[in-house]
Write a protein that binds this ligand. Sequence first.
Ligand code: GLA
Length: 504
Amino acid sequence: MKRALVLAAALLGTALAPAAPTLAKTAYDGVWLFDDTPPTPGVTMMEVTSKGGKIAGTVTTKWYGPVEMMNPRIENGELKFEARNLNDKEHLTRPWSVALESGQARLKGRIWESEIDSKGYKGKPADAKARAFQFSTLAPLGAPIPNKLAATPPMGWSSWNKFAEHIDDKAIRAQADAMVSTGLRDAGYLYINIDDGWQGKRDANGVLQPNAKFPDMKALTDYVHSKGLKIGIYSSQGPRTCAGYEGSYGHVAQDAKTYAAWGFDYLKYDLCSGEWFYADADTVKRSYYEMGAALQATGREFIYSLCEYGRFDVGSWGRDVGGQLWRTTGDITDDYPTMAKIGFDKNGNPDWAGPHGWNDPDMLEVGNGGMSADEYRTHMTLWAMSAAPLMMGHDLRETDAATLAMLTNKRVIAVDQDAKGVQGNAVRKIGTMEVWAKPLANGRVALALFNRGDAAASLALTPADAGLASISQVEDLWSGAKAAKLPASYTVPARGAVMLTVGS
Ligand code: GLA
């Protein structure tokens, strides 16, 4: 009888075998160490365990900490799983695989913009301990942070649009020099902002050091201050910044103190790899509060620039976390379609803008060469009508006469910097034309007429566009021409703009 059962079981294959065979561990079990994966996201190790046929595992990265293996399984001898891909809605998960090749684990997968295809070698539990990701916890929100700065939108220059990571101490000093010699400082552009790419490594106490291109940050801020300018720096609440440099994760208060000790006046804080850890409104807000409170605790005044691409209605809470400006979009590029998309349609809800808190549709591209004079005029007009921060993004040493005239036009800057702090918006749209209005502190109204089309077009402005009963004083801000009344109509070149102030 017994013998017959055994025989039957053998004939039926595994059908009568125990339901969950106590499999030996898979060939992938254990710790695998990676030393040379692409720095984004910088895989440090993979850990796999299997029990009762069930596999679990993580891939630990420098950017995101441990990335959990979802639905890990063995298929054709390979370990397959899915992994979360940030909170990118179109690719919530992506497929990954691991194959054994001459005793090494070949890990393949894609995360954010990075393709991983790297080999890891077998490690020991002690290695796993040494490479374990150190999680940081967020405190609950405290009281809104008092904010007295940026009564008008901040103005200055930032290194990113033109130089990206190719910056050093000398280049920053040269921009400060050019800010003064061009007259841009005297036109109101005050901040020289170092964007991503200045960071080095942390020392044994966790204090972040600049990289070799910035030998002495205090000397650099002293130099910029000596020119009558202010100076800004950049970080992220994630372990890594967008360009892959050391972020402030786990070192927020320490980094705020470092920036204060170096003499910085401005911080742009960019969500970047932090979006892995802080993916909902509550944690994103708390992560910005954490740095806002840390900056405040230094006792030094910082303009605090929030860069989380306009998520979670940032304008509705940006001030509470200590911010004076908050990005409303992804990155601008030096072309008309991108600039126009942002400037016309993604420049933020005007309800949130006003003294000490501004919607930031990103830095200027004026002077970088990718747009025509009319397109740049539209760019500058849109930013001024929007009461947007005016952060130039070109090489100040190469400011040609037309660019300088555009960036230093006093009448246009005055609209941007108007004390009433109203963010203008479209009051009328007809065909390719948009009429924008922005009421000013002196009772006049700034009007802009944009032509978004590819051919010149004409339109008549009316007192109603300015919310006035009649108009008796008209000033063309780009030309400076004054008139007693509006002309019968304005002809606006393709992708161009007219900008006025009018009074009754
Ligand atoms: C993000 C920001 C940019 C710039 C880069 C730096 O893309 O939106 O403005 O700061 O990071 O890496």
